[in-house]
Design a protein around this ligand. Structure first.
Ligand code: GTP
Length: 537
């Protein structure tokens, strides 16, 4: 729980960095991440588990005191995992340890952004490999291209190799030929495969029977490709990494009664939701801006104003028109309840409410909210933010950078000679190049960066809290790797490059930074394309 009256802390206090550093170093003593998939299973002793729980609990207490919602989400996630391990009262499985390792690394990464004394390289979370049970030529080609997306894969040579790997080591997905290692053997192997991971089937034959397709569905196949190209399989991989985010729902609780607010908070925290309590109605707009809730639970009667009045004020802001507001009150009068709904509420729950009921309504509302929100803010071809939303993100980032005196960079990316791609290989292939670049950007940029499709073959990236050198370095790495990627078409394979213009924020409004990034992009095109220019002030 955080309170709006608390000071906003941009830079995490040093003690949090120490706590995280300490947690990480203890964790590393208990568990070393594998450099490759061929490692032995391991476990944690009860004593080690208890120690980690204590450390994370201390960290939780510290983080709760400051405005670091992002970090708090991650701490809670680690805490929930550790508690569930404790309750299991058995040796942990390898994949459980890897999963905990992943969450601890994510948590650490957030802190590292604020602390340049640690070397992030050694803590980059490992992605689990994709098992490739395909004929060797396709597997090698795919594995080679996956590297450019930062995705690790393991080529499986035969049935025994598959059994050994799939049983022993955690993997994020499987791409398998239905006839891998013998007619129908790929399908048969999947029948006995227990892990609940996405499975993509392919066949190298000209056509496939409906029976095979049905069998693939039966064993949990999430895709079926007939003689796929490498590019098609690359795109199928996207879904493994861009599955609906597991980010916890963010619930703002507006209640002048602290004990009532705590009751809600407890119920919601237990199922992994992140909460933010506001007890002073007049501070709610500040709290909303800071916390960016996905739903508000609102009391009806508070000192100074009623819940319905507050809901009306919230609804006056266009940005909050879609935000669900759930009234929770002892008010039993149906007319008053209906009036509250008319004035901006989405649901009305009467106290006392069962925690299960509250959780279920909040979950449903948030779930639907995310689906609707995605439709509104995302581009349908690429899944990136659309033009309007990336501009909103830039605007927000400029405001934030100004208020907190932080660095900010903005990059405009434009595919080179794209007209030629369309003219030579067709519009559909052109569209595929656009989606491949968007996947590339998503895979290689950090969660804190906002990526949007700015126009047809133009993209924009907002780099909060990033210096120009770093933005340039990251974009250059992406540019070089993207230029090595092979795209396929009926006429054969081809490569594409992009140019990019970067501008750092100097305190002016977002229109300036866009203009200047665009100018830098223009310069990059003039310097022969396939290069990046920073705006020279
Ligand atoms: N396939 C496809 N093409 C698009 C899309 N949006 C824009 N385009 C095409 O992208 C091409 C952009 O061409 P230009 O702006 O002339 O630039 P260019 O050929 O990329 O050359 P430079 O930018 O100078 O390197 C046009 O032919 C547009 O029709 C899209 O969504 N899909």
């Amino acid at each position: 729980m955080m309170n709006t009256q608390q000071t906003v802390v941009n830079v995490l206090p040093q003690r949090i960095t120490y706590e995280v550093r300490d947690l990480l170093s203890r964790w590393r003593e208990f568990y070393a991440p594998p450099n490759n998939v061929d490692v032995e299973k391991t476990s944690l002793t009860t004593h080690e588990l208890d120690e980690l729980i204590d450390k994370v609990h201390d960290l939780f207490r510290e983080v709760k005191e400051v405005d670091a919602v992002d970090l708090l989400d991650k701490v809670i996630k680690v805490q929930l995992q550790l508690h569930s391990f404790q309750q299991m009262n058995r040796n942990l499985k390898y994949e459980e340890l890897v999963s905990l390792d992943y969450d601890i690394n994510i948590l650490t990464k957030i802190v590292l952004r604020h602390d340049d004394k640690l070397d992030p390289a050694q803590y980059i979370p490992q992605k689990h490999p994709i098992l490739l049970a395909l004929n060797s030529e396709l597997a090698e080609k795919l594995a080679e291209q996956l590297v450019f997306f930062d995705v690790y894969s393991k080529i499986i040579t035969d049935k025994q190799d598959f059994i050994a790997h799939s049983h022993q080591f955690i993997h994020s997905a499987i791409i398998i030929d239905i006839d891998f290692d013998g007619e129908g053997q790929g399908l048969a192997l999947m029948k006995s495969h227990q892990a609940n991971v996405p499975k993509i089937f392919i066949t190298h034959k000209e056509s496939v029977s409906i029976e095979s397709r049905l069998s693939a569905c039966h064993v949990g196949g999430s895709g079926f490709y007939v003689r796929p190209t490498v590019a098609q399989l690359l795109r199928s991989v996207e879904q493994f990494y861009s599955s609906p985010s597991l980010k916890p729902y963010k619930v703002l609780i507006m209640d002048d009664s602290h004990s009532q607010a705590l009751f809600c908070e407890h119920a919601l925290n237990r199922v992994g939701m992140v909460t933010y309590i506001v007890t002073e109605p007049l501070t709610i707009l500040d709290a909303m801006e800071l916390f960016e809730p996905e739903i508000i639970i609102m009391d009806m009667y508070m000192p100074g104003c009623t819940g319905t009045e507050l809901a009306s004020v919230i609804r006056q802001q266009v940005a909050y028109l879609r935000l669900p507001i759930l009234f929770l009150s002892g008010e039993g009068n149906k007319d008053i309840q209906l009036n509250a709904m008319k004035l901006g509420g989405d649901d009305f729950l009467t106290k006392p409410v069962a925690p299960k009921h509250l959780v279920s309504i909040v979950q449903t509302r948030c779930e639907r909210g995310r689906v609707l929100n995605d439709l509104i803010i995302r581009d349908s071809l690429t899944g990136l933010f659309n033009h309007t939303h990336i501009l909103d993100k830039l605007k927000q980032a400029c405001r934030h950078a100004k208020e907190h005196n932080e660095d900010l960079c903005f990059a405009m990316v434009d595919i080179d000679l794209f007209k030629k791609v369309n003219d030579s290989y067709g519009h559909t292939v052109g569209d595929k190049v656009i989606s491949t670049l968007s996947l590339f950007l998503k895979q290689r940029l950090r969660g804190s960066h906002s990526i949007g499709r700015y126009g047809g073959e133009e993209f924009a990236v907002v780099f909060p809290n990033t210096e120009e050198d770093e933005a340039l370095f990251v974009m250059n790495e992406i540019r070089e790797a993207f230029n090595q990627l092979e795209h396929s078409s009926e006429q054969g394979e081809f490569k594409v490059s992009f140019s990019c213009g970067i501008c750092r924020f100097t305190g002016e409004n977002e229109e300036h930074i866009i203009e200047q990034a665009d100018e830098a992009l223009y310069k990059a095109k003039h310097r022969g394309r396939n290069n990046i220019q920073c705006f020279q002030f």
